[in-house]
Design a protein around this ligand. Structure first.
Ligand code: PSV
Ligand code: MN
Length: 424
């Protein structure tokens, strides 16, 4: 379904007076407001194709209905989000869940919805029907060369799909590891994985990037072969200039200082992309900013500072993506909240007076440094984010339009209550 522009405009009209007051108030305190609004307009967050359906836990799954049944409907859903927030202008596909039947048609549909194809994701963590070898004991790390080759071939096939669609990056997340001591020879697993990644890297077009995503645990619970940023960084360094580390916020051990990880990777020129989500315990896949918005802000603070130091474009320098699962919320509502949370954290980070912070750091003035950071964090930047959205043709309040237009109800009507999306 599509939301007509006039419906967004009507909804905006109802809120414009209150918005103008709030925007006027906050923008008075911002010296470079136009520059900031432009940055907010440019900043797009890719939506993963697998986050549009209801996720589950190993205990069950409670579908909300109206899920996209195929790639076309997934693109339409993201188009809808983008029409509302003008900030979700990209889709990230997972192969084989989203193999396009006709590249030209899919590309045309994406273009109609204002979307480009972000990173392609390979899947060597599940066995597919008809697959010759099983990934039960790993993929690129596997003791059997034939299994490793199958995983390499799959990744190369994913790159081929991506080339057809105009994507320019591949994200490799490996579920490889071991669940019991003694199960795996760590050194050999590492070596096999490196060799496999090198083969995949060779198939990468010149203008492409390869993101090596790490994860501390799950599905393996004793060791993960790409278990932390150090291991990912090691692979990325050995692979070459087109390989980078990808940080998924949920993939760390409790209390890891993610902002420090981000700062170091960025400083080394090896931070490639992000999977945003939030968590309290593990890889909880919760709505971005729902649990620890301050941490998200601190991460963005490092990103902005580090990208500026390297002269990088905030919007295009790194791959920005959400990676979350929605078990009990409407996935589209959750994604609207997630994108909003990301833009709020970004806007707060843009408010940080970097010069003053650096001076405070040089003076060892910890109190001042904290005041600067928290001053930015405690600023209500929502009107700035809303103004940027308004100027891009989006809704002042995307969720309110989504609800008043009864989007989910309409999707259920057209797709059915039992429609099931491919993914996890
Ligand atoms: C693994 O937990 C992960 O974060 C990887 O990015 C996967 O590709 C994604 O989730 C979907 O399963
Ligand atoms: Mn991820």
């Amino acid at each position: 379904m599509q939301i007509e522009k006039y419906k967004i405009a009507d909804n905006n009209d109802k809120q414009i007076a209150a918005h103008k007051r709030a925007f006027g108030f906050v923008s008075e305190g911002v010296s470079n407001v136009e520059e900031m609004l432009q940055k907010l307009k440019d900043f797009q967050v890719a939506i993963p194709s697998w986050a549009l359906g209801t996720g589950g836990t190993r205990f069950g799954r409670f579908s909300g209905g109206g899920e996209p049944r195929n790639l076309e409907e997934k693109i339409e859903d993201i188009g809808l989000l983008h029409a509302l927030n003008q900030s979700s202008g990209a889709i990230s596909l997972h192969i084989p869940w989203d193999i396009p039947e006709n590249y030209a048609n899919i590309k045309a549909l994406a273009a109609q919805n204002g979307l480009r194809f972000d990173a392609m994701n390979s899947n060597t963590f599940q066995d597919q029907p008809g697959q010759e070898h099983s990934y039960k004991f790993g993929s690129l790390q596997h003791v059997d060369k034939a299994v490793r080759q199958q995983a390499i071939d799959h990744n190369i096939e994913v790159i081929r799909h991506g080339i057809e669609l105009g994507s320019d990056s591949l994200t490799v997340w490996l579920a490889d590891g071991s669940s019991f001591p003694g199960q795996l020879n760590f050194r050999k697993a590492h070596q096999h994985t490196l060799e496999g990644l090198q083969e995949i890297y060779k198939a990468l077009p010149d203008n492409w990037k390869m993101f090596v995503e790490y994860k501390a645990f799950e599905p393996n619970f004793y060791s993960m072969t790409v278990g932390d940023w150090g291991q990912s960084f090691l692979y990325a360094n050995k692979l070459g200039d087109k390989a980078y580390t990808l940080v998924d916020l949920g993939h760390h051990l409790p209390n890891a200082n993610i902002e420090q990880i981000v700062a170091l990777l960025l400083g080394e020129g090896k931070l490639g992309g992000f999977h945003f989500n939030d968590s309290k315990y593990g890889d909880d896949d919760l709505t971005v900013g729902s649990i620890n918005p301050y941490q998200l802000f601190l991460i963005f603070n490092e990103l902005v500072e580090g990208m500026d130091a390297r002269g990088m474009n905030h919007a295009t320098g790194l791959g920005w993506m959400i990676d979350a699962s929605h078990n009990i919320k409407d996935p589209l509502e959750d994604l609207l909240q997630s994108v909003e949370a990301i833009k709020i954290a970004y806007a707060q980070a843009l408010l940080v007076d970097t010069k003053a912070l650096q001076q405070a750091q040089a003076d060892n003035d910890i109190v001042k440094a904290q005041e600067i950071l928290q001053g930015a964090y405690r600023t209500d930047v929502r009107p700035l984010v809303a103004e940027a959205r308004l100027r891009s043709g989006g809704a002042l309040n995307p969720l309110s339009v989504y609800r008043s237009e009864k989007v989910r109800e309409q999707l259920i009507k057209s797709r059915g209550q039992k429609a099931v999306s491919t993914g996890l």
